[in-house]
Design a binder for this molecule. Sequence first.
Ligand SMILES: *Cc1c(COP(=O)(O)O)cnc(C)c1O
Length: 358
Amino acid sequence: MTQSHQIRIERTTAPKLKPKASDLGFGKYFTDHMFILDYDSDKGWHDARVVPYQPITLDPAAKVFHYGQTIFEGLKAYRTQEGKIVMFRPDMNMKRLNRSNDRMSIPAIDEELGIEALRQLITVDQDWIPDAPETSLYVRPFVIATEAALGVSPSQQYKFMIILSPVGSYYAEGIKPVSIYVESDYVRAVAGGVGHVKTAGNYAAGLKAQEGATAQGCAQVLWLDGVHRKYVEEVGSMNVFFYIGDKVVTPALTGGLLPGITRDSVIHLLRHWGLEVEERLVSIDELVEAQKDGSLKEMFGTGTAAVISPVGSLFWNGEKLTIGEGTTGELSARVYETMTGIQTGRLEDPFGWRVAIE
Ligand SMILES: *Cc1c(COP(=O)(O)O)cnc(C)c1O
């Protein structure tokens, strides 16, 4: 840790009661502390600190409220069976955070400082890491533009913050497949836009389609590309994989989809197992055909929150297309078991993805 990575720590004098493991859910509870780093155009990024978790005060003219200059990340920390604390590929999150910053005209953050901030904050709040099976500490770094000015131009001031939330098992009743609505009216992103970075507007813009999917009894939307409305891009806020014949296919990173760290890890893992993985354009017509001729065996989403989310059926053009048997496929289950095993320390980590804290 260099001089510039010094982080001041102010501990709370009023620790909160911790929720029961069975009440955790996702993103409902927050720990006792948070990390803050300020930016202004004179000083650059400065004043790194861990402080008691607290509301922040912003001017109503703060640019984030008006023009959405903001980005975020999401990763998890785990308590291993031996009691160690580990994070999963935090370097990838810091790299992506800076790619998002760059796209949204936010100044870059020292990636080592970001990782050191994660270490220190998680260490201070380590008693909040749940240890029941399949629970974890969800970590949310984010940046907001705080300058009070209504001109449309990059803010001269920002805050980078990290908050922590203990989260429960995503699959309290066991991993189970979801129904997906193929969205052909609304689009999520177009190449050249901001679909490849984690910025708030992408998610606000997706809510309307999500409401429609829910009304149809589906859990999520399958997004098609914004230009041709033909090529599959993502499922909800997850990347998507198809097991067709003896190959695994996932949409190529064409600019309209988010380069997921789970996606990257799953591609590595499948290739490590000797499976062929193709990153290419996948049209909805190809999928419908593969479903009809029986070669589409499995489909699953990937992302930090759920890790793997198997898809049991697709609703498209008024038709319900069942994927495989409509149950969790063998490959999906194996990927889920192995990924969570590597992440939580239950299995060996041949790729060096786990980063221990302390
Ligand atoms: C975060 C995110 C993902 C998944 O990324 P991970 O790094 O695997 O968590 C996929 N799609 C969208 C739109 C996302 O925001």
